[in-house]
Design a protein around this ligand. Sequence first.
Ligand code: CA
Length: 229
Amino acid sequence: MSRILIIEDEESIADLEKDYLELSGFEVQTETRGDSGLQTALNKDFDLIILDLMLPGVDGFEVCRKIRASKDVPILMVSAKKDDIDKIRGLGLGADDYMTKPFSPSELVARVKAHMARYERLVGANPRSNDIVEIRGLKIDKTARRVYIDGVEKNFTTKEFDLLTFLAENPNHVFSKEELFRRIWNMESVGDIATVTVHIKKIREKVEYDTSKPQYIETIWGVGYRFKI
Ligand code: CA
């Protein structure tokens, strides 16, 4: 059974979310403070975390950052203010989804199920999936080192292929240019990190339908890049 942690200080909201998710077959634990929620998130395994932004103890920004520093679990952030959601996106905290309050419980359940399905596809038990990375219309064949968009093969240089594959295999993590340079070019980041920018641009020209609105590799301003799932 999939396990969900709800970190929410308004108990009526937490209870409502819990009821609906349990009716949908999930096992749910709730925490009403940021600090206790963070401890629970770090000490136990969950399949998804629903995280409120304004919390007593430690706020949702900090909770998200600290969970993300050590765990891959999908995080769905909720806030009463649209401005906060924009701020969360801008900070590149590694949240996987965002919802503005008030939302209907059925909308929440639908979002949670969508994340579970996506996550299961990514970490699926099919052994052959280790060699194939498939996300929406993008397919990367790691063994043959080939990339297809909607079934059409695109030519990639070695470094473009390595960079795209690395990002696609670590979705929803924000990587700085320095870190990508270090990992892909395999040397200390004393070189020219503009190389990373140039490669990202070339990859986007090949994989994105509209390079001004990337659906795969997102720019997190002032931080770096993130592969969206
Ligand atoms: Ca709150």
